[in-house]
Design a protein around this ligand. Structure first.
Ligand code: ADQ
Length: 464
């Protein structure tokens, strides 16, 4: 049987007890694919050390082997905080205003990709399928080829691919795309991101592109680019909903909001998630409908992330300020309209919070997919479902709302749009809520993360 080699920036090392069963989402799905096929998950340990030999730490738990390396502090700064999170992340989320272009961090990025290739190449056997994940590791396929790895190698981009006019602002943009064309299969979350990539290949590289089949022919090589919308781990998530922890969270939420409607947002604290813009939309709603301040409690759960990067420190401050302003202006002794919680919760607790909230507010300015939108719907009571308000700029909108039947779609930059959607959701009759829920639930249940893994691996196997 063909083994699977998964390579990503970080590795979800299964806990000694509980292993894959205790973790859901992408990590759980990749772990079970590894269990079924055998193989290795390789990546950075998350630790810094100055060991120049870069020794590999191999661990085996319940049939899954993980292999990790530490990185020197300078590599972490230049590759991870620098090029990956201060150049590629903002640029790929259309934020030219936040994108830093530093040659030095670009070199760090290339150096770490070389380190990864040097460390993982000896672990790869001739028939293995190799699957590289995300924007941290775009050049890795090319580096592996240079080491003589002739295996089928696939790449999946979890974030958007920006339009050509934005992408060409990246120095050495052509070099980066040429490295991508060394893969056999490139996966995108949506047709829109895939379309932007194909557009670049045809306009800037003069490659021969077959839009429909997604084939790109360039300098004698042929590469396939397809769309694989990622899903949630449905079974695992439903199982979380049946736990006592989830029921407790549900009860806590209901008893603290009582006759008010709870509206929830759950996001990593990241500028791509549109948090300040969301708060402005809620502020607009209160301005336009002051008589309804007592009807609504907004709960925003946002654990900090990437705290070493300045733009992340800025977004946190801005959010605290805006929340404070609205609460200052609108609170009564018994009413605080916005609860802002700066921490993470388990999936079981999130399930309970989602179920107790009659509105889910998911308004990223740009997002590869957005799994929170799918989790919110998956947690609803089919007989009395809540309403999902979703940004039209989230990848998830392609599946959940663009035909107008599922989520209520909004432009996340428009406070008026958000305010109108909140009013619509608050007053939406049960029949319409059920119809919208029905329009979304089948794809969320069936196009799950296991199906996504199977489709990608089957297509990769079929290349060549
Ligand atoms: P993220 O940007 O991290 O992922 P998203 O897909 O929404 O975005 O969330 C990933 C997971 O984090 C979800 O399972 C969610 O429940 C969890 N999470 C978020 N906030 C949390 C909190 N406060 N407490 C606990 N858990 C929390 C990137 C891309 C996305 C893409 C995914 C997967 O940016 O567009 O959907 O990868 O490909």
């Amino acid at each position: 049987m063909t083994r699977l080699i998964i390579i990503s920036n970080r590795v979800a090392v299964p806990k000694a007890r509980g292993a894959a069963g205790a973790q859901g989402g992408l990590a759980g799905a990749l772990n079970s694919a590894l269990k079924d096929n055998g193989g290795i998950w390789f990546g950075w340990s998350g630790q810094e050390s100055e060991d120049p030999a870069g020794s590999i730490n191999l661990q085996r738990h319940e049939g899954v082997t993980t292999a990790t390396i530490d990185l020197p502090a300078r590599d972490v700064e230049e590759y991870y905080n620098g090029y990956a999170n201060s150049t590629l992340w903002p640029l790929f989320h259309y934020r030219l205003d936040l994108t830093e272009y530093e040659r030095e961090t670009g070199r760090g990025y290339e150096r770490v990709n070389q380190r990864f290739a040097d460390a993982v190449a000896p672990l790869i056997e001739p028939d293995d399928l190799v699957w590289v994940h995300d924007y941290h590791l775009i050049p890795l396929g090319e580096r592996l080829r240079a080491q003589g790895v002739n295996n089928r190698i696939g790449f999946f981009l979890h974030i958007p691919w920006p339009p050509t006019r934005l992408f060409v602002s990246l120095p050495f943009h052509e070099r980066l795309v040429r490295t991508l064309l060394e893969y056999d299969l490139i996966g995108f979350q949506t047709d829109e991101w895939r379309g932007s990539f194909l557009h670049y290949c045809s306009k800037e590289l003069n490659a021969e592109v077959d839009e429909e089949a997604g084939t790109i022919s360039f300098e004698g090589r042929s590469v396939i680019a397809r769309t694989y919308p990622i899903g949630i781990d449905w079974d695992h998530f439903q199982a979380q909903g049946n736990r006592g922890e989830s029921r407790n969270a549900h009860q806590r939420l209901l008893s603290s909001t009582r006759e008010r409607t709870a509206m929830i947002g759950v996001d990593r604290l990241d500028y791509s998630k549109g948090l300040p813009e969301r708060i402005d939309g809620i502020g607009r709603f209160f301005d336009q409908h002051p008589e309804r301040v007592r009807d609504l409690v907004f709960i925003q759960i946002a654990p900090p992330s990437r705290e070493d990067v300045k733009s992340y420190q800025d977004i946190r401050m801005m959010l605290e300020q805006k929340t404070g302003q609205i609460n200052g202006a609108r609170s009564e002794v018994d009413v605080v309209p916005i609860r802002y919680v700066n921490r993470g919760y388990s999936h079981a607790e999130l399930f309970g919070f989602f179920r107790g909230s009659k509105i889910g507010l998911v308004t990223p300015l740009r997002d590869g997919m957005n799994l929170v939108a799918k989790e919110y719907v998956a947690a609803q009571d089919p007989n009395d479902p809540g309403v999902l308000i979703l940004s039209r700029f989230a990848g998830a909108a392609e599946q959940l709302g663009l035909d107008g039947t599922g989520a209520v779609l909004v432009n996340p930059y428009s406070p008026d749009d958000i305010s109108d959607a909140i009013l619509q959701a608050l007053d939406m009759p049960l029949d319409e809520r059920k119809a919208r829920y029905e329009a979304m639930i089948a794809t969320i249940r069936d196009d799950n993360v296991q199906a996504w893994t199977r489709c990608f691996c089957a297509d990769l196997t079929a290349t060549r």
